[in-house]
Design a protein around this ligand. Structure first.
Ligand code: NDP
Length: 475
């Protein structure tokens, strides 16, 4: 095993400020809510104090968004809107290094992921949707589709800036205005995005950003002035929102949890599949709604495959997220660490065989060693519930039919992976699997042109691609 010298990225690049404020009607303003302290989950140090919204701030932001919609944005020609959206995309790309370091500090994710995936993909979402703004009449959604009005958007902590981009870019391209609530534990990059939006001279009120806890999210989604709600987060909160919006006439999209099956057949290139399985579950500490958290491996190669998998996982480096060599960073919060620890304990109690990577863990911060459970049966909680951490459950199968039955035996349906040498089997499996996204011989590939979304308890509606525009248009 190689010993790597530390290669930390400088935290000065983040331009961290001691305090951050709400962004309402084009201005940074003090909120009347209880300020929150956002921490670095890798060290538990306070990064900054962030002002939060109360009920009146939500009301002010929604009214600002309505004014901006009625007076400017809703009637602006698409080609003009596109100029602003392109400008945001470019400015994000220009500040990508700063955003990557800030994201890594606030979220705990490895710098190489923030740098190579989160920030470029976030900027790409703005570029992609800017291109649609003047072509909506050609999207197959009618000759002159109209925007909905004010979008209330609530996002989680696992991809803070990327989720903000997924939500804001299509809303703006379609002519809507936005009030967005970032997650309580990761508000910083959304507020730097607000700075970019201000510098891009977007008309005041077109985008408003309100940090705060779940109560701010509830206030926003229930506000009578909101026409469309877009939520990404847990299935429980998604259900709550759906219940409270019933009969309100608001349009709703929900992107919720997942328990994806990653299915490895005996004819798969096993070393390549090992890489894909590792990326599928340990990318972003497993804090990924579409994570490949259930490995289904064909029985004839299961022992060989597990051996290769353990050997590969042993080489993953866990630690300082700002170190460019780090593969697995910190768990985002103490709360999430507790949830992972509890679910892992149920796996052991229910009789699954636990294997833990022998990697050293830092003394401080919220870390969890990559863990693999073998001998998992369908009834166990670790096979059914979203752990949202670096924990893989391994099940086996003998025939393709059994693989399909087991893969689909979940209340979720967000994503799935297939590893095989046979193209015909890929097509057959992809047709059988009840998942919004199916990857073949790869995993966790994100692209703004590809629609993303789920079935069943994974939610409804699509984000990205042409299909994603529909959620922000009156069609
Ligand atoms: P939540 O669903 O609670 O959080 C998502 C967002 O919703 C956050 O901004 C949150 O605010 C906000 N929120 C909370 N309550 C409400 C409400 N009543 N109305 C409107 N908005 C609300 O997820 P958690 O962060 O609590 O994570 C819990 C579990 O959810 C994880 O362990 C994981 O299994 C799953 N999860 C799934 C995600 C996915 O992408 N599929 C993403 C995140 C979590 P606040 O930040 O203050 O909590």
């Amino acid at each position: 095993m190689w010993e790597y010298a530390p290669a930390p990225e400088s935290r000065d690049i983040a331009n961290l400020k001691p305090s951050y404020r709400l962004f309402v009607d084009g201005e940074f303003v003090e909120g009347a809510g209880e300020p929150l302290k956002t921490i670095n989950p890798a060290t538990e140090e306070v990064l900054a104090e962030v002002s939060t919204a109360d009920k009146n701030d939500v009301d002010r932001a929604v009214k600002a968004a309505r004014r901006a919609y009625d007076r400017v944005w809703g009637k602006m020609p698409g080609a003009e809107r596109a100029k602003y959206i392109y400008r945001i995309a470019r400015m994000m790309a220009e500040r990508s290094r700063e955003l990557a370091v800030l994201e890594s500090l606030d979220n705990g994710k490895p710098i190489k992921e923030a740098r190579d995936v989160d920030i470029p993909t976030a900027s790409a979402h703005f570029f992609y949707h800017a291109g649609w703004a003047d072509k909506l009449g050609y999207a197959g959604l009618g000759p002159d589709p109209k925007p909905l009005g004010v979008a209330g958007q609530v996002i989680p902590w696992n991809f803070p800036l990327l989720m903000a981009a997924w939500k804001i870019a299509p809303a703006l391209a379609c002519g809507n205005t936005v009030v967005l609530k970032p997650a309580e534990t990761t508000p910083l990059t959304a507020l730097v995005l607000a700075e970019i939006i201000q510098q891009a001279e977007l008309p005041p009120g077109v985008v408003n950003i309100l940090p705060g806890a779940g109560d701010v999210g509830a206030e926003l989604t229930n506000h009578a002035g909101v026409d469309k709600v877009a939520f990404t987060g847990s299935t429980d909160v998604g259900k709550l929102i759906q219940r409270s919006l019933a009969g309100s006439g608001k349009k709703l999209t929900l992107e919720l949890g997942g328990k994806a099956a990653n299915v490895v057949f005996d004819d798969a290139p096993l070393d390549q599949a090992v890489e894909g399985i590792v990326n599928g579950i340990f990318f972003n500490q497993g804090h990924v709604c579409c994570a490949g958290s259930r490995l289904l491996v064909q029985e004839s190669v299961a022992d060989e495959f597990l051996e290769k998998l353990h050997a590969r996982i042993t080489t993953l480096r866990i630690g300082d997220p700002l170190d460019k060599n780090t593969d697995v960073g910190a768990i985002n919060s103490r709360e999430q660490l507790t949830r992972i620890t509890e679910l892992v304990a149920t796996g052991e109690e229910e009789g699954a065989e636990k294997w833990v990577s022998p990697c050293p863990l830092p003394d401080k911060g919220f870390f969890f060693a990559p863990t693999v459970f073998a001998g998992v049966s369908q009834a166990m909680r670790i096979a059914r519930e979203e752990i949202f951490g670096p924990v893989l459950s391994v099940l086996t199968f003998r025939t393709p039919d059994e693989a399909v039955a087991k893969a689909n035996n979940t209340p979720y349906g967000l994503s799935a992976g297939i590893w095989t040498d046979k193209g015909s089997r890929i097509l057959w499996m992809a047709n059988q699997l009840r998942a919004g996204v199916v990857w073949a011989n790869t995993f966790n590939r994100f692209d703004p042109t590809a629609p993303f979304g789920g079935y069943q308890e994974s939610g409804f509606g699509r984000e990205g691609g042409r299909a994603g525009l529909e959620a922000y248009l009156d069609v």
